[in-house]
Design a protein around this ligand. Structure first.
Ligand code: ATP
Ligand code: MG
Length: 876
């Protein structure tokens, strides 16, 4: 059975059990400060478990793209070394939101694996939670009984599991509960006879592995560590799709399934290395095949490699692949980008974003590979130098600190350092390296740690009504609040029943302002979004959270931000009109001061294009187009209205469409009511930020006016300096022309005086050792003249050594010229002569064998230097 059929069968089965099949949420998470990437199917339903949101259906199933490379789940180091952990993988899941519980979840899981897929039941083992007296949670007898009914002979099949493996928690606090895992033993029969499968469950054996985890959410963990029963019970299951396919297809490794075979085939044809030849090659092939997926899917989700946060995680994954290619497969050229089309072929039907972004993904991977291969080159040079130094010092251990610096600043992987050292018979102080690594991890953990207290719930109201589209202030009630400590600073997070404060999202910054009651005033320093919750950040404490408050957002900030946000829409429209419809939004930042817009386009925009875009935006502003908003419609309806679909929309989201004239955008932001109030937009910069992605920055309204006035004032100042009364441009042109003609006059004058000086010097020439020797101290104000003289002499004779000097502004300059013929036939070198004599002027210099110069602090030594040169030639 092909992988795609397995996936379809899963959907079909759970659909027949009343589940709504929903699409995968994006793998890159934008609205949750606690998580960078989706690492389990349940992430997109977190708000439902927390009770902040109602489910669209009580039974849901899907396949979710997950990435486990950071935070709580980090499998990166395993990937490629083993055959069943991936960075990016698909997790099949079925959910019950307060609907069915253990009985159905277990029965259906069993039926799907055994009856639908035909996995022999003697290969299956399951675990149940053994209970925890200190938590006051009993053994999961209910699950045990359910499993007992599934197996025809349950003895030795249902194993007790510890809190570590069988009690699932969403985080330090929040929903949690016992879980039950399904394991499969895919060893050969002979092996199975030797060691029974139940001895190998959860022991890290590559052929006795967990494929499905069924989580029964029934508790809520409070921040003091205690558990309380949840009012509604949920089911959350996750099954590794690649592992399932391996089992169904009778393979011993995920990489032998059809999911990976064509990509591995392509890597082989590009690198000439085949799978199965030796362990190290196999690891490299697996790493590359795996990492390609993680990187390609992230880019398709809008996360390009970069040097911080989520972008850095992606960069590190790609670099790991490049370096396996480099060290193990011996590929020193970019090649991973060539694999993207094969991946798009294999997975593009299920994940169409791979197809639509293919060119973009290829380009970005190519750039990253090229840049990292250069870094590897630089690192190699550095390590060669370090090895040289060790050898000179008769040592053979490289300090951990050096290896860490190579790793940290040069991105040079430590296993490569080890390999190179080994080749030289040297060692690495690995403990020292680990220590440095540990220190860095601690530093970043301290930076990132957010300590959040429990929510104090004052009023049981779900969600927050956002009233800020129409108003700037409102009468509000606090529904919950909590204390949060971040980087040692405490703040208060407040949720309201309704709010005029816009929470940061879609590139638009969060509102600031204040809450007032009869008793107090609380300053709101920012407004953020955590999933569907709007959180107001307050600097101080609140003495009486129960009282009624009036919330007031900063009007000026809001108006200026709206100008920039609407102008961003107009800019997007104008770019597509002028450059073409390949222009797509790649990122945006809108704050009160300016707007920043990133978009796909390959080449630098010409001045003419920029002018056209700016003119079009300003025309649309003057047309005074009214804001037209259509809220609560489906994605399909929005598309029919002409709005572009953006990746990153969650299933079930109803969308909001904002129109100004011909500009139609999906947007949740706040805007001007008529474009006329923007006044004017001025583009202030355009440049590249990544392969195929460009960035424009622009100003609007008062900020644009200030910018333009500053530029005009500059012109006025220039006119004043030039004492220009009419056309400034003409005055500048005149100035440049005058300057050119003056320079020519000076050059002519210099040439004349150089000729005169040359003749003078030639008259004093000596013949020493068959060489014409010219020397002298020259009177001039321009050091350049020494060179002019040298070139004149060089052209007129092929048997000359000339040494001349001059004193300008209290400094000494000397020049040595040797005819080419003498350099060759008598091995006379200008640089050697300069070295010999420059001590006399207290200085030093260098150059080439035929021409060298030196500068020094002692002009009085020039004559001695010349004398010394003469002696040098006499002795030759
Ligand atoms: P393991 O112990 O094998 O790492 P886990 O306990 O981390 O698994 P869960 O968090 O319960 O796994 O995830 C549910 C399912 O997702 C697992 O049963 C497994 O089939 C699959 N899975 C987990 N991590 C990976 C991974 N890195 N690559 C592929 N599949 C995975
Ligand atoms: Mg794991």
């Amino acid at each position: 059975m092909k992988a795609n059929e397995v996936r379809e069968l899963f959907f079909e089965y759970f659909n027949s059990k009343g589940h709504k099949i929903v699409p995968s949420a994006p793998m890159v998470i934008k609205n949750d400060p606690t998580l960078m990437f989706t690492n389990a199917g349940m992430n997109q339903f977190k708000d439902i478990f927390l009770g902040n949101q109602q489910p669209v259906s009580k039974r849901v199933a899907n396949s979710q793209k997950c990435l486990r490379v950071s935070g709580k789940h980090n499998d990166l180091e395993e990937v490629g070394r083993d055959t069943y952990h991936h960075t990016m993988f698909e997790m099949l899941g079925n959910w019950s939101f307060g609907d069915y519980f253990k009985q159905e979840a277990i029965e259906w899981g069993w039926e799907f694996l055994v009856r639908k897929l035909g996995i022999p039941e003697d290969r299956l083992f399951v675990t149940i939670f053994e209970g925890s007296p200190e938590e006051n949670v009993p053994r999961d007898d209910e699950a045990f009984k359910c499993w007992e009914r599934c197996f025809s002979d349950p003895s030795g099949k249902i194993l007790p599991g510890s809190k570590k493996d069988n009690f699932w928690e969403m985080g330090d606090t929040g929903p949690c509960g016992p879980c039950s895992e399904i394991h499969v033993d895919i060893r050969d029969d002979s092996e199975r006879k030797k060691t029974p499968g139940y001895d190998l469950v959860n022991k890290g054996h590559p052929l006795v592995i967990e494929i499905w985890n069924l989580v029964f959410i029934q508790y809520n963990r409070l921040s003091n560590g205690s558990l309380e029963q949840l009012p509604a019970q949920h089911v959350d299951t996750g099954m590794g799709f690649e592992r399932l396919c391996m089992v169904v297809q009778g393979k011993k490794s995920n990489y032998e399934t059809d999911i990976f075979q064509s990509v591995i085939g392509k890597i082989s044809s590009v690198t000439g290395k085949t799978y199965g030849s030796d362990e190290n090659t196999d690891i490299a092939l697996r790493v590359i095949a795996d990492h390609l997926r993680a990187v390609a899917f992230s880019i398709a989700d809008g996360q390009i490699p970069s040097n911080n946060k989520a972008g850095y995680v992606i960069r590190r994954i790609l670099r790991r692949a490049v370096r396996y290619g480099y060290t193990t497969l011996g590929v020193e050229e970019p090649f991973i980008y060539e694999l993207v089309p094969v991946l798009a072929d294999t997975m593009g039907n299920t994940y169409p974003e791979l197809r639509s972004w293919m060119d973009h993904i290829c380009k970005i991977i190519f750039e990253e590979e090229t840049a990292f291969l250069k870094t590897l080159g630089k690192g190699l040079k550095r390590i060669e130098r370090l090895i040289g130094e060790l050898k000179d010092a008769n040592k053979n251990i490289l300090a951990g600190k050096e290896a860490f610096e190579l790793y940290d600043t040069f991105g040079f992987p430590v296993d490569l350092t080890l390999l190179i050292l080994k080749e030289q018979g040297m060692l690495l102080d690995e403990r020292g390296f680990d220590n440095e690594m540990k220190k860095q991890k601690e530093r970043s953990r301290e930076d990132a740690s957010v300590q959040a207290g429990d929510w104090t719930v004052i009023r049981n109201i779900e969600g927050t009504l956002f009233t800020g589209y129409d108003r700037i202030d409102d009468n509000v009630l606090i529904t919950r609040y909590r204390k949060v400590k971040y980087k040692g600073k405490e703040s208060l997070q407040i949720v309201l029943d309704r709010t005029p404060f816009y929470a940061e999202s879609g590139g638009q910054v969060g509102d600031t302002g204040f809450l007032t009651s009869d008793k107090e005033m609380v300053l709101i320093t920012d407004t953020i979004r955590e999933n569907n919750m709007i959180i107001h950040i307050a600097a101080g404490d609140i003495s009486d959270p129960e009282s009624a408050f009036h919330a007031v957002a900063d009007l000026e900030k809001r108006v200026m931000t709206a100008n920039n946000h609407t102008a961003t829409h107009l800019l997007h429209f104008a770019l597509r009109s002028v450059l073409g419809t390949h222009v797509e939004q790649k990122g945006s930042l809108v704050n009160p001061d300016r707007l920043r817009f990133d978009f796909s386009h390959v080449s630098k925009m010409t001045r003419e294009e920029l002018k056209q875009v700016e003119e079009m935006v300003n025309r649309m502003i003057r047309e005074n187009n009214d804001q037209k908003v259509t809220d609560g419609i489906s994605m399909k309806e929005a598309r029919e209205m002409g709005a572009m679909a953006l990746f990153g929309e969650k299933y079930g989201d109803s969308v909001r469409v904002v129109e100004f004239g011909s500009s139609v955008e999906l947007c949740g932001g706040t805007h001007v009511t008529n474009t006329g109030t923007i006044g004017i937009m001025k583009i202030i910069s355009e440049g590249a930020i990544a392969a195929g992605v460009r960035r424009i920055e622009a100003l609007t309204a008062r900020k644009a006016e200030e910018f333009i006035n500053e530029k005009l004032a500059e012109v006025d100042e220039i006119a004043a300096i030039l004492k220009s009364t009419g056309n400034v441009r003409e005055s500048v042109e005149k100035l440049v022309a005058e300057n050119n003609s003056l320079r020519k006059t000076i050059e002519k004058f210099q040439a004349d005086s150089a000729s005169a000086l040359t003749r003078e010097l030639e008259q004093k020439s000596l013949i020493l050792n068959d060489i014409r020797f010219i020397s002298g101290k020259v009177q001039t104000d321009h050091a350049d003249i020494l060179k002019s003289i040298a070139f004149q002499i060089r052209n007129s004779s092929d048997n000359t050594v000339m040494v001349i000097g001059t004193a300008i502004g209290g400094k000494a300059n000397i020049l040595v010229m040797v005819s080419d013929k003498l350099v060759k036939s008598r091995a006379i070198n200008a640089v050697s002569i300069i070295r010999e004599i420059s001590g006399e002027i207290n200085g030093g210099g260098g150059g080439q064998p035929f021409l060298a110069t030196a500068g020094g602090k002692n002009p009085d030594g020039i004559l001695n230097a010349l004398k010394k040169a003469e002696e040098y030639i006499r002795k030759i």
